[in-house]
Design a binder for this molecule. Structure first.
Ligand SMILES: [Zn+2]
Length: 457
């Protein structure tokens, strides 16, 4: 059915202007003032609202076997939570471990999402080992439209790769025109520090950060950049958390290395004192890289505003309180992760835009357009223009509310931002022309989401 959105202010990464948007089937077909449209079109009045291109979360975990358990969301729950928060596309980490077959893992992840997602989705393919069959399997996966890799320099013996495997992955990525995303921490240093702290009887959640200090992340970032520079491959640092790692990435950018940087909402807003709380309250906040000293926040905000940090994702990864308790005796056994897919846009609006730290077009760029460009979705996604998918967020900047586990849609029994006041909310969200959300509730087609095939460079 045709849809006319009138009287709203369109905000993209490049421009702000008042115009009507006309949507036929799945696509934006016309933008202009006082559009003449056929009788019978559904009309949405967007007076006093902002209209954004659907937001893209470039880093989420939905299906995830990790640390002897599984993350709590399904594609059904996560995709609705995403849409209610204004995210119309997410890119999920497909993460078979070193013990699994990569191609079988890829098929499993795809099958979990197929027909069960309410929003569109794609995958980053994790390369967790490089063995005889890896090259042929990765070629097949890229040919299927999954054109970004993920490598872990941390999580030794589970997800992590050795330097030789990193080199082989990047050389193949370069040849195939694929971008490689990387978790940058030095695995050897993390495992040595973990063993040392545990041997000293330092077993609580407060020791997680000291087991993977800022220097360890800076080393991983520097090494990744060096490997990119040497192979000529294009890379993307995920969830960068601190100034030393930021400095490493900035130096690499300045000397022309093809490296982009993502940070995630928790690293802008939360700090390590939360993980130092006793018992499960501290364990809720265990993620890697860990929440850092608060002094990093101003540097991250400034880098986001300047574009040194290219994108903002979430690393959404819900483990519930019972799962977190698995690490009650040893911080190394706490499942890593914090949910945030649903709250990302509201938190960025409240703490980035309302505080004046980042201007609105840069926020649209970091939360949608830049991810679309980097990961082969642009201009289909990340843009409001004739010919683009009609993924639209009609946003009410005046709305006020409070985040809580009681009202969230993410499948988890805590909210890391419990009680935080927020401003702004997506009042209508469309996925390829279909209204999926109205006034904070999912009202659409739970099977609307499609796997997005992406091209290579
Ligand atoms: Zn992640």
């Amino acid at each position: 059915m045709a849809l006319l959105i009138k009287n709203g202010e369109i905000v993209t990464a490049e421009a702000r202007y008042f115009a009507d948007i006309y949507v036929e089937d799945e696509t934006i077909t016309r933008i202009g003032k006082n559009l003449e449209v056929p009788a019978g079109s559904e009309v949405i009045d967007a007076t006093d609202k902002l209209i954004f291109p659907g937001f893209i979360d470039p880093h989420v975990h939905i299906y995830l076997p990790f640390m002897a358990t599984f993350a709590k969301d399904t594609h059904a729950t996560a995709s609705k939570a995403a849409l209610i928060g204004g995210t119309t596309t997410f890119i999920e980490m497909c993460c078979p471990s070193r013990n699994d077959d990569a191609l079988a893992g890829y098929k499993l992840w795809k099958q979990k999402a197929e027909g069960t997602s309410a929003c569109d989705y794609a995958f980053h393919m994790a390369v967790t080992k490089f063995v005889a069959e890896t090259e042929a399997q990765l070629r097949e996966i890229v040919a299927d439209g999954t054109t970004s890799f993920k490598i872990f320099l941390s999580y030794k013996n589970f997800f992590g790769v050795e330097d030789g495997e990193l080199y082989q992955t990047l050389a193949l990525a370069k040849e195939l025109g694929v971008i490689t995303t990387a978790h940058c921490e030095n695995a050897e240093l993390v495992s040595r520090l973990q063993a040392k702290l545990l041997a000293e009887g330092k077993t609580g959640a407060e020791w997680h950060e000291p087991s993977r200090p800022e220097t360890v992340e800076a080393e991983g970032t520097t090494r990744f950049a060096t490997f990119l520079e040497t192979t000529g491959a294009e890379g993307y640092v995920v969830h960068l958390s601190c100034k030393p790692a930021l400095d490493a990435a900035r130096r690499a950018k300045m000397r022309g290395v093809k490296i982009s940087v993502e940070s995630v909402l928790p690293h802008f807003l939360l700090d390590k004192t939360l993980a130092e709380q006793p018992g499960v309250d501290g364990m809720k906040y265990i993620m890697s890289p860990p929440l850092r000293n608060k002094r990093n926040h101003d540097d991250l905000w400034a880098a986001l505003s300047a574009g040194t940090i290219d994108t903002v994702g979430t690393d959404h990864c819900p483990f519930d309180l019972e799962q977190k308790e698995l690490g009650a005796q040893k911080f190394t056994e706490i499942p890593n992760g914090l949910p945030g897919l649903e709250e990302r846009v509201q938190l960025m609006w409240t703490h980035g835009v309302c505080t004046g730290r980042v201007d609105i077009p840069r926020v649209v760029d970091a939360m949608s357009t830049k991810a679309a460009r980097l990961f082969g979705l642009y201009p289909r996604k990340g843009l409001i223009a004739a010919g683009s998918d009609a993924d639209l967020v009609i946003f009410d900047p005046k709305w006020k509310g409070t985040l809580s586990v009681k009202t969230q849609h993410t499948n988890n029994n805590y909210n890391g931002f419990e009680g935080w006041p927020v401003e702004g909310r997506a009042s209508v969200v469309t996925v390829r022309g279909k209204v999926q959300v109205r006034d904070g509730e999912f009202v659409g087609d739970p099977q609307r989401g499609r796997f997005l095939k992406r091209g290579t460079r």
